[in-house]
Design a protein around this ligand. Structure first.
Ligand SMILES: [Zn+2]
Length: 299
């Protein structure tokens, strides 16, 4: 039987916490909690650091148990939206062009899933490399001709000081130790390198309105960042966050419906059954409290 442990604040290491939400769904099997990227809502006790305001899960399973789930995860549903994801990523690169390294740069995407960002980065002119724990997703990415290594930021074979930009797309909230991950990323970057962090922002008014039903409070999300906590964790790991932007993504309507059902949003199961196929295929741009932050290495 695997046990849960009280966590120190992942940003400031304080042991002082107050409870924000108690779990309202009983599920304790690590294979179910961490074995799919989409996760399970309502299974975690969410606390807030009294010293710095960071919001995170505590108590929590140990890192080895969590990473074992990520490694075994099967992601056919996530991967079904591959072309839409490539399109969203490419548009974001264009939009942030003035802050990003010029085409030709070496870029690393950590937690690259099936490699959609690598595809967009290649189209943009970058030399793109990916790292991903799920064996299933690594195989899908390799079949697309992308350069992907199976592993995590704690266990890689990449050369220090060799990248112009490192990206964490919807990844930092999954990492058991985000501060040590950012410190390792600071070593992988060249001087003045760029760190891109896309994260679900629990500081938005939509998140505050949703409370414990905020759709990103999922078993796979160990940490919940705000703009302040991103600024804090960056400054503690050698980075300066200098730009924040809402992230609009484009996915097919039917996929969004299926996710809404999965996240137990009322009435969506009925609406999904009534939606004709051609409507399910329509691309929908949406904003769901995700934010893109850019940070610069301070050396
Ligand atoms: Zn703290």
């Amino acid at each position: 039987m695997t046990a849960k442990f009280k966590q120190l604040c992942p940003v400031c290491d304080s042991p002082q916490e107050e409870v924000m939400f108690e779990p309202w769904v009983g599920e304790s099997d690590p294979a179910k909690l961490y074995g799919a990227g989409s996760g399970v809502p309502g299974t975690q006790r969410i606390v807030k650091c009294i010293d710095c305001g960071m919001i995170f899960e505590s108590p929590r399973y140990d890192a080895a148990t969590i990473v074992k789930g990520y490694m075994a995860s099967q992601e056919g549903e996530h991967d079904s939206q591959y072309p839409m994801r490539v399109y969203s990523f490419y548009r974001t690169l264009k939009k942030h062009a003035k802050y990003l390294p010029a085409p030709g740069a070496r870029v690393l995407d950590i937690g690259t899933a099936g490699g959609a960002f690598l595809d967009a980065a290649k189209q943009y002119g970058y030399e793109a490399y990916g790292m991903e724990p799920s064996a299933d997703l690594v195989a899908r990415g390799k079949a697309r001709g992308l350069q992907i290594e199976q592993g995590t930021i704690e266990s890689h074979t990449l050369t220090h000081g060799s990248f112009d930009m490192v990206c964490l797309w919807d990844v930092i909230e999954h990492l058991p130790d985000p501060k040590s991950a950012l410190m390792e990323i600071s070593k992988l970057l060249k001087s003045n390198g760029i760190l891109l962090i896309n994260y679900p922002d629990i500081g938005t008014w939509q998140a505050k309105l949703a409370g414990k039903r905020f759709w990103w409070i999922l078993s796979v999300h160990l940490h919940h960042f705000t703009r302040k906590s991103i600024l804090d964790i960056c400054s503690r790991t050698g980075f300066e966050a200098f730009h924040f932007q809402k992230y609009w993504q484009t996915l097919e309507f039917g996929y969004l419906e299926r996710m809404a059902v999965h996240y137990r949003i009322p009435l969506t199961a009925l609406i999904t059954r009534l939606t004709p196929e051609f409507i399910q295929r329509i691309p929908i741009p949406y904003y769901a409290s995700q934010t893109t932050a850019l940070a610069r290495l301070k050396k």
